[in-house]
Design a binder for this molecule. Structure first.
Ligand SMILES: Cc1cc2nc3c(=O)[nH]c(=O)nc-3n(C[C@H](O)[C@H](O)[C@H](O)COP(=O)(O)O)c2cc1C
Length: 182
């Protein structure tokens, strides 16, 4: 039984990126996976303080907030679905806070062969598809540096049409869900 962690960073009630994440969750065959969902707004996760204590503690952060537990669950998972909205051409600040804190996760991971497979889901307002290509490519590289195997990054306009009536997005989500059974 594989484990999937969903982590959503949008602060909005009717979040487009979270909606895409929920659609993907429904596409996985429940008998093959266990899933756990975290929403940034429901947790206490402080920004990295750059104290680098994690280097001398084997990846345990000096901040005693929710991130240590989430890191541990992430390490035991197989697939990580990370959703975020684009603000000012980049991931929102909540997503960035989370990502910086994965520095400690990368330290805990050292020596472990298993790689978590990552799927990014990024919603934006613009209907111009290529706008975020370079940013997403660089973000994928940063996740690889942290020790993830980046499977896919799906970007879509959340504002143009309701997320659950975008056939192209649904097709991509369906395809990615099917590649995860191997
Ligand atoms: C502060 C702020 C900055 C934004 N910057 C951009 C941007 O640079 N490009 C863009 O296409 N959309 C931008 N948007 C729109 C959001 O990315 C878009 O509404 C997205 O679908 C929101 O996702 P969510 O519903 O999951 O929060 C911005 C929205 C906010 C609130």
């Amino acid at each position: 039984m594989k484990k999937i962690i969903f982590f959503n960073t949008s602060p909005r009630d009717e979040s487009h990126s979270r909606k895409a994440s929920e659609i993907l969750k429904k596409l996985f065959e429940p008998e093959k996976y266990t899933a756990e969902t975290f929403n940034f707004r429901d947790h206490v996760i402080g920004p990295c303080k750059a104290c680098l204590e994690c280097r001398s503690t084997g990846g345990i952060c000096s901040q005693k907030d929710d991130m240590n537990d989430i890191c541990e669950k992430l390490l035991r998972s197989d697939i990580f679905v990370f959703s975020f909205p684009m603000y000012m051409g980049q991931m929102n600040s909540q997503a960035k806070i989370f990502m910086d804190r994965l520095f400690a996760y990368a330290i805990r991971k050292k020596g472990k062969k298993k790689k978590q497979r990552l799927i990014m889901l990024a919603s934006h307002g613009s209907t111009e598809k290529s706008l975020f290509k370079t940013y997403i490519k660089n973000t994928a590289k940063a996740f690889e540096y942290l020790g993830f195997e980046v499977l896919d990054a799906i970007t879509f306009s959340g504002s143009a049409r309701p997320v659950d009536s975008q056939p192209e997005l649904f097709k991509k989500l369906k395809e990615i869900s099917e590649t995860l059974y191997d």
